[in-house]
Ligand binder design. Structure first.
Ligand code: 8YV
Length: 317
């Protein structure tokens, strides 16, 4: 087995276990999280691994990257790589790949589903039927989706795929991003507050990390106002959850649909109390088809790096 290239995994790839089996079959794999004493393991064998695989909860911080002396590449399972310290990696000459594009459709589908659920109250109405409340009267009226104003924060690959779907619902679309996106006809707003003031639904699709922490601030939530909704399919860190909870308590926002949370899988108990909030378990990319495509892309990146020294889908350094 010693002739197979050595591959280190920070942890088990829980979003897609078959990838782990695929990697095990092709490479001399080791899972760092299985070690009783990871530091001792790294001190002993840490220089043996040119490639590291990371995923959701099992990223790579600057310390881990610095401790792996032979490291050359990190292949991340996921399009968002906020839990991989790319700056630290680059400084050490380590390249990083993610899994872009293959999840655009399923994430955008889920985003639209969550938008409709949030605005039309699907989950709430389903709970209403199960509780037997229909026997006592009708469900509350909800809000119209078609023709409404959709503000998209972050018009990247996924944001544009959502925009395509929303266009099918005759929604008017504007967006916020640091810089205007070339080649799109939607109106760019220079501030997220301006976008929030304008829209009926704010869809958050920016990438995570320190640069976007609490981008959806108390001020942005206030700008949305009591008739508008917030939907987040990016990272929980982007939304000031405390401010959101306060706005929901004070009825200063119409409702929220959240697939991601600051400290997932722990969801703030306060959010569970609101019937106008839809809570999902970070499942936007979670289809058989997409998770397999993501796994195949991680595998292709690892294989390509061992064979050619190049990643298939590197992220910008
Ligand atoms: C993954 C995601 O489920 O791709 C991403 O950025 O958030 C999801 O697709 C998650 O990151 C698991 O690694």
């Amino acid at each position: 087995n010693t002739h197979r290239p050595a591959l280190l995994l920070t942890g088990h790839i829980t979003p897609h276990p078959p990838l782990e089996a695929q990697l095990m079959a092709a490479f001399d794999c080791h899972v760092l999280a299985d070690e009783a004493d990871p530091a001792a393991f790294i001190a002993r064998e840490g220089s043996r691994y040119p490639v590291l695989v990371t995923s959701g909860k099992n990223g790579a911080n600057a310390d881990l990257i610095a401790s792996l002396k032979g490291l050359k590449a990190i292949a991340h399972f996921g399009v968002g790589y906020d839990n991989v310290d790319v700056a630290a990696a680059s400084k050490q000459g380590v390249v990083v790949s993610n899994t872009p594009d293959v999840l655009n459709d399923c994430v955008a589908d889920l985003a639209m589903g969550l938008l409709i659920d949030t605005v039309r109250g699907l989950s709430a109405s389903e709970r209403f039927v199960r509780r037997g409340d229909w026997l006592k009267g009708n469900f509350r009226l909800t809000s119209r989706v078609s023709g409404k104003k959709l503000g998209i924060a972050g018009l990247g690959r996924i944001g544009r795929t959502i925009a395509k779907r929303a266009s099918g619902f005759d929604m008017a679309i504007r967006y916020y991003s640091r810089n205007p996106v070339a080649g799109v006809t939607f109106q760019h707003e220079k501030s997220l507050v301006e976008l929030a003031k304008w829209c009926d639904v704010l869809m958050v699709v920016v990438s995570g990390g320190p640069a976007t922490k609490h981008l959806v601030s108390a001020e942005v939530i206030e700008a949305l106002g009591p008739q508008s909704f917030l939907v987040n399919v990016s990272r929980g860190s982007v939304v000031d959850e405390e401010a959101l909870i306060r706005a929901l308590k004070d009825k200063q926002i119409a409702g929220a649909g959240l697939d991601v949370f600051a400290d997932e899988p722990r969801v703030p108990a306060a959010l569970m109390e609101f019937d106008n909030v839809v809570l999902l378990p970070h499942m936007a990319s979670g289809t058989h088809e997409t998770r397999k495509a993501m796994g195949d892309l991680v595998f292709a990146n690892v294989q390509s790096f061992f064979e050619t020294g190049k990643l298939v889908t590197p992220v910008p350094a």
